[in-house]
Design a protein around this ligand. Structure first.
Ligand code: FAD
Length: 312
């Protein structure tokens, strides 16, 4: 049987996370189809057609699928999923919102945040804030899987030639209505896919200091800015900047943590970074256990010094 990947769409088109899910689907073997559900999809369907690794693109173009409302997408997925062996999506807010709903309604296996595909039904997924990896086997029959984007390289955007097929919409479920979206506008790269991420913790003290301290350095490094949950909860950084177990899991080439203690829930989201640098004035801070380079110093001294050095 074939595998169905659920596309996640934003204002730029199909998100890179979806192409990572296609890579994971390819590792399962078999035909890979993409479900493209949204509104005004003509241009995006063309984009989907050229993505490598897809044999078919199912296009559900209807107003009720605009804005990725899970309440409206679930009936569509429940209708389609039984025709597939596996349904996959990236473990983003979108995927985590949609797939478990369909799995519950279909009474099918749900395996979340898969980081490795061992066999058709056997997967590795992190548990205990990423401190342990569990190998799990889903029972025979349909399985719905979210995959961790950072460990599956995205398939190429070009080179494919999947067949595009329109499918019937399932209508408005009438359970949720889109009101508005507040988009954080930033010149910085997207946190989940940035090559360099610098982040700050509660120690930055205020929203203004957080911004004024980290923004110039991030601009110099072409980095995305992340934050701990403590920094987010105290209003210093926006929700979408949170890195960790309950935020974004990242795997940049370089991660620099300023005034971050290194709680397990934070480390669970950064441990796949290639190089971790930590600046903390407490030599006993747990972040130093996972850091490749550690500096016991005051971040308010280090950030301007680093900025000045980078200017030279
Ligand atoms: C269910 C659950 C899920 C969670 N999910 C997440 C998550 O996804 N992400 C996350 O980050 N947290 C998460 N947390 C919270 C986590 O446990 C920690 O509370 C949080 O990460 C701590 O943030 P912090 O390092 O900013 O603050 P603190 O723990 O208060 O640490 C501040 C650090 O800054 C250092 N410092 C202070 N001033 C300076 C200075 N001037 N220069 C240098 N260093 C300085 C201190 O030595 C200290 O190590 C979660 C918690 C729970 C219970």
């Amino acid at each position: 049987m074939s595998i169905l990947v659920i596309a996640e769409i934003d204002s730029h088109g199909i998100k890179a996370a979806t192409r990572s899910a296609i890579t994971a689907a390819g590792q399962l073997g078999g035909d890979v189809h993409l479900l493209l559900a949204g509104s005004d999809l003509e241009g995006i369907a063309l984009q989907a057609k050229s993505i490598k690794g897809l044999s078919k693109i199912l296009v559900a173009d209807a107003a009720e699928y605009a804005n990725g409302i899970a309440e409206n997408l679930t009936p569509l997925l429940v209708k389609l999923a039984p025709g597939y062996s596996t349904v996959l999506a990236a473990a983003t807010s979108f995927g985590k919102n949609l797939l478990p709903r369909a799995a519950a309604l279909l009474d099918a296996a749900m395996v979340s945040e898969v980081t490795q595909i061992i066999g058709e039904r056997t997967f590795v997924r992190p548990i205990y804030a990423g401190n342990l990896n569990a190998t799990v086997t889903a029972p025979a029959g349909l399985a719905l899987i979210t995959i961790r984007q950072t460990v599956f390289e995205a398939v190429a955007e070009t080179g494919g030639d999947g067949a595009v097929e329109s499918i019937a919409a399932t209508g408005d479920a009438g359970k949720a209505q889109f009101i508005s979206r507040e988009l954080a506008v930033s010149d910085r790269p997207e946190l989940a896919s940035a090559k360099v991420v610098i982040s700050g913790g509660r120690s930055l003290g205020s929203k203004e200091i957080f911004h004024d301290t980290l923004e110039p350095l991030a601009a110099q490094l072409g980095a995305a800015i992340g934050a701990t949950r403590a920094a987010v909860d105290s209003g210093m950084a926006p929700n979408d900047a949170q890195v960790g177990q309950t935020g974004t899991v990242i795997a940049p080439d370089l991660y620099i943590a300023f005034g971050v203690s290194g709680a397990a829930q934070h480390v669970g989201g950064i441990k796949d970074a290639k190089v971790i640098v930590a600046v903390n004035h407490d030599a006993e801070a747990p972040i130093f256990k996972v850091a490749d380079y550690g500096l016991v110093a005051d971040l308010f001294d280090v950030v301007p010094e680093l900025s000045a050095a980078l200017k030279q």
